[in-house]
Design a protein around this ligand. Structure first.
Ligand code: BES
Ligand code: MN
Ligand code: MN
Length: 476
């Protein structure tokens, strides 16, 4: 059995080259949701498969979707591990698609021209800035580099694993369920999934995420007249879909920020006192977090009776993500639009089911249909909440690997308000638990202009994955 220290030394020697590789990947604008980037998206998948092949892993690029409506491909690989390997069969999941870079004018450097920015005096360290830097190419690269280091220092990766790196996570993983079903017999061989697509408290405080919220993403349209109308001639005489839509949506919350849809909280479990106490001890500073996004303490708004961290990790929410209708160009135009639309999403917790919440929302809207108007509903997908084991042997291995990579600092157990659809899918379809070992920070500007990944976090991720492979293989 090769010595872990040799592999870690190889990993460190490869650091500069590893960063260059990541920058190459970040140069590919794999905005999968935008058909104009379909070829770039494919290129990003091939790039990833090529890097795995260089590390001795026989990766392929697999089509998803249907022939008339192809999805973004999945990077897929199966690796047997060392002869006599007795550890778990690990499913490594990640995503190579990225969010659209808009609004472009707020980027300090172009989103697909990655730059390494030096430490600011007194500020945090060097970071790589680009769309996808931390979500999720940068985090996936920490796994790719670990695999490469094992190959180069030890002749191969001792662990048995399967790789599934998809290209539609940022648009709801709509083709993934079918892909997973088509590979179910292979995936059933896996014992645990490993995902690096979440965050940690600080560059020196590693964390393991044991729960994420689920998501329902809908779009609704309220139709009025069959044409746009002059608001002087028709205002007061016919319904205005813009005005009626906002009147309905304003009723989605009560004064305590509780969602008013009947049955919405039916499958939400009350928070256990011990869990609340454990989270309180993490010492999360909401006032400081608000300050970092330009807000004062009075902006600590949300469901009454819960702390900010409880609201993010354990309470469901409703959000209007977009709203449109009528004239939104420069200057004034007196118009009553024929239609108004809104993108409305819900974050789910505990036993809430996406289909039930979606149906309850649409039923509630139908119940409140404004006179003379009609609704049109679209479901953009999502997934159930992802709650994973806190105490499995696999999680213990990840804890040891992370602590070792962080110079002995024990990781804390955290949750996240974000969603990764595959986590719930793997649990429901295959009974697979996931280890969420993430390296992002709260201020990484995920999905926003100037997204970045701190190099210290990236390095921690590379070491942690290298050590975790060693843990599973029983290396010393
Ligand atoms: N990696 C994120 C989720 C995340 C970000 C978790 C930061 C923890 C910390 C993931 O790529 C994401 O953005 N998910 C989407 C869901 C998707 C269906 C659009 C989300 O949570 O909005
Ligand atoms: Mn992600
Ligand atoms: Mn994302």
């Amino acid at each position: 059995m090769p010595r872990l220290d040799d592999v870690l030394a190889r990993l460190e020697a490869d650091e500069k080259a590893g960063l260059d590789r990541l920058m190459d990947w970040l140069r590919i604008p794999s905005v999968a949701t935008d058909p104009a980037h379909a070829e770039d998206t494919r290129r990003a998948a091939r790039w990833c498969a090529d890097r795995l092949r260089e590390a001795g892993i026989d990766a392929t690029v697999e089509e998803t979707g249907t022939p008339d409506k192809p999805g973004a491909p999945v990077v897929w690989a199966q690796h047997a591990g060392a002869p006599g390997y007795a550890g778990p069969h690990v499913l490594f999941y990640g995503h190579y698609d990225v969010q659209p870079p808009d609004p472009l004018d707020l980027w300090e450097s172009p989103p697909f021209e990655p730059v390494v920015k030096p430490a600011e005096p007194g500020g945090p360290g060097e970071r790589v800035v680009a769309r996808g830097a931390v979500d999720d190419k940068g985090q996936v690269s920490t796994f790719l580099d670990a695999v490469r280091a094992w190959k180069e220092a030890a002749g191969g990766v001792p662990v048995r694993f399967t790789v599934l790196i998809e290209g539609e996570e940022e648009s709801g993983s709509v083709n993934l369920e079918r892909f997973i079903e088509s590979r179910a017999s292979d995936l059933k061989q896996c014992d645990v999934a490993l995902i690096s697509d979440t965050g940690m408290p600080s560059p020196t405080q590693p964390g393991i995420t044991y729960g994420m919220r689920g998501l329902v993403y809908t779009e609704i349209f309220l139709h009025g007249a069959d044409q746009d109308l002059h608001s002087g001639l028709w205002g007061g005489r016919a319904p205005n879909p813009n005005s009626e839509l906002v009147k309905v949506l304003a009723q989605l919350w009560d004064d305590d920020y509780r969602v008013t849809i009947p049955g919405f909280y039916d499958d939400v479990l009350p928070l256990a006192d011990e869990e609340r106490e454990e989270w309180r001890r993490l010492g999360f500073d909401q006032v400081e977090a608000l300050r970092k996004i330009g807000l004062g303490p009075e902006a600590d708004v949300g469901e009454a009776g819960y702390s900010a961290i409880e609201r993010e990790w354990a309470r469901p929410t409703a959000e209007i993500n977009g709203i449109s209708g009528g004239y939104t160009g420069p200057g004034a135009k007196t118009v009553i639009p024929a239609v108004a639309g809104a993108k409305v999403s819900f974050r789910l917790v505990a036993d809430q089911r996406p289909e039930r919440i979606r149906d309850a929302f649409f039923a509630w809207l139908t119940e409140c249909t404004p006179k003379g108007c009609r609704w049109e509903f679209v479901d953009h997908g999502g997934g159930p909440p992802g709650n994973v084991a806190r105490d499995s042997a696999h999680l213990q291995a990840a804890r040891r690997a992370l602590a070792g990579a962080a110079g002995g600092t024990e990781p804390v157990l955290i949750k996240s308000g974000g969603s990764i659809p595959v986590v719930g899918m793997l649990k429901e379809k295959l009974g697979l638990d996931t280890i969420l070992m993430g390296f992002g920070l709260d201020d990484d500007r995920v999905h926003s202009p100037n997204e970045k990944f701190e190099l210290d976090c990236w390095r921690l991720g590379r070491r942690a994955h290298t050590r975790l492979i060693g843990e599973f293989a029983g290396a010393d």
